[in-house]
Design a protein around this ligand. Structure first.
Ligand code: NOJ
Length: 535
């Protein structure tokens, strides 16, 4: 039986699972995943795996230049994904199965095919001209030196109206002008549309990007001693991004979004805020916790993968949380190299244990529960526009089809159909069917851990204490009021750690360790993690 703390809202107790709908399950044999396919797999998510909430990447109308992050109608479903009725049915069936649903809210930009932009670019005096950010050029070039996240200038010239429009991402993703009150109203209506359809909240795309310096000052170039806080972003890393995100009025926008959310009861939101200065990042909660519920916490992904760095990062995040704020943790998404490939070999299980036992809401990425690896995509099958510009940044390798079976097309689509991205090379071994049959598979490990977490308030609650006196290859922390100790062995060799007496309630590798008595010290196999209960 679950002992959910009635004082916490649902989203603080939940484990979220990100579905990238294009790659989850194809129901109509066109090679793309879709909503009816996802509906088929609700029993897997809610029952077999046992997560509590889903985040769906975009499934809206889109010319698919950025695979759905270029929306041409926020209130309709893209053809490859199905229909609006499919979305309604999905939400209803997910709810029936006990799953909450949050959807992507792409607020910074639209597609250039969006009717708003088509109007905006039609003439300088069109009523929607000011719905996007237009400016005159400078010295025959763009208005300033801002670069697109995807490389190249963040401005494109429109021959017809002889002005430049701003785009933080692709030229086909023009930035909305959130300083125009009509844009604010129209975009808040998008939230209302989906909330009326029954969604429980939003993942807010590029949430710090839309408010930039109104004076449009040039960004300074990076100094020679610049230390990158995040992965190598290619040409985007040539500048210090002082002026092209996070102008203070971004917070007014988030407060307005939050007001809409609050008017629908207990909803939630997680905002994609790629900011690594912890104080600045934490400011996105708002001074009265009146902005988005959780800025996405990418700090664990940015930390060095060793016990001391992880512990320091975890505690720095917790220390910077404003009073009463709640965080979240993630180790993978549709923009990053899969964790099984990014982390040292054999560390995917301790990564899962860490993610699911830190104080805060965990976000899992589809396929990581199977240990899916990053796939090498042949050049002629590449799909990601970012990768086409800066090849090592390609995100295709983490977006390959979900691996359901060892059979043809991994059960993602029918035999003989060409999936939109190639299958992972490991699919014959790494898939749901094979792993369910093996009690010690990583999938069964996730299932055990999710069950234990659901039954154990201390593993979901806020109380955490890092252990200082551990050897350098061990990360250990207490959860609850010292009721549980989580111990992770980062070494490839067996080890042991002194802990208070108790009982092993979970091991990443050995089901039969559950119930093992612990007296004085707990032993750990190579890269093993355990939870010890002290009753
Ligand atoms: C962040 C999303 O996660 C990424 O996939 C997308 O390309 C950009 N925002 C633009 O929407």
């Amino acid at each position: 039986m679950s002992d959910t703390n009635p004082k916490r809202p649902w989203w603080q107790d939940a484990v979220f699972y990100q579905v990238y709908p294009l790659s989850f399950k194809d129901s109509n044999d066109d090679g793309f995943g879709d909503l009816p396919g996802l509906i088929e797999r609700i029993p897997y998510l809610a029952g077999t795996l046992g997560v509590d909430a889903l985040w769906l990447s975009p499934f809206y109308k889109s010319p698919m230049r950025d695979w759905g992050y270029d929306v041409s109608d926020h209130c309709d479903v893209g053809e490859v994904f199905g229909t609006l009725d499919d979305a309604r049915e999905f939400i209803r069936k997910a709810h029936e199965a006990g799953l909450k649903v949050i959807v992507d809210y792409v607020m910074n930009h639209t597609s250039d095919q969006h009717p708003w932009f088509v109007e905006s670019r039609s003439s300088r005096d069109n009523p929607k001209r000011d719905w996007y950010v237009w400016a005159d050029g400078r010295d025959g070039g763009p208005p300033n030196n801002w670069v697109s996240v995807f490389s190249g200038p963040a401005w494109s010239y429109d021959e017809h109206t002889r002005q430049w429009y701003r785009h933080t991402y692709l030229a086909s993703q023009p930035d909305l002008n959130w300083r125009n009150p009509e844009v604010v109203e129209a975009m808040l209506d998008v939230l209302r549309f989906w909330l009326d359809l029954g969604v429980d909240g939003f993942r807010v795309d590029a949430a710090h990007q839309m408010m930039k310096d109104p004076e449009m000052r040039d960004n300074p170039p990076v100094p020679p001693d610049y230390v990158r806080p995040w992965k190598d972003m290619g040409p985007y890393d040539q500048f210090v991004h002082l002026y092209d995100y996070g102008h203070p009025d971004v917070h007014d926008v988030h407060r307005k979004v939050r007001e809409v959310l609050d008017s629908y009861g207990e909803t939630t939101s997680v905002s994609e805020v790629h900011i690594f200065d912890l104080a600045e990042w934490a400011s996105y909660y708002g001074p009265d916790l009146d902005e988005l519920h959780m800025p996405f916490n990418f700090h664990l992904m940015a930390a060095n993968w060793d016990p001391a760095s992880i512990r320091a990062k975890v505690e720095a995040v917790l220390w910077h949380l404003p009073e009463g704020a709640w965080t979240n943790w993630t180790l993978g998404n549709h923009d990053e190299i899969r964790l099984a490939t990014r982390l040292p070999k054999g560390h995917e299980r301790i990564a899962a244990l860490l993610l699911l036992t830190l104080p805060g809401t965990p976000f899992l990425y589809y396929g990581d529960e199977l240990g899916m690896e990053e796939t090498v995509i042949p050049e002629d099958q590449a799909r990601d526009p970012w990768g086409a510009r800066v090849s090592y940044l390609s995100r295709d390798g983490c977006r390959t089809p979900m691996q359901w079976t060892p059979g043809p097309n991994a059960g993602f689509t029918s035999p003989g159909v060409q999936p939109w991205l190639p299958l992972g090379a490991d699919y014959e071994k790494v898939n749901v069917e094979i792993e369910l049959a093996d009690p010690e598979s990583i999938l069964n490990m996730y299932r055990r851990l999710l069950r234990l977490r659901k039954q154990t308030e201390a593993l979901r609650g806020p109380l955490y204490q890092g252990h200082a006196e551990t050897p350098e290859h061990i990360l250990a922390y207490s959860r609850g009021d010292g009721e549980y100790t989580v111990v992770l062995n980062f070494a490839d060799a067996a080890t042991e750690l002194e802990v208070p007496d108790g009982e092993v309630v979970f091991s990443t590798h050995h089901v039969d360790r559950e119930g093992e008595a612990v007296s004085g010290e707990v032993s750990l196999g190579p890269n093993e993690g355990v939870i010890v209960a002290h009753r």
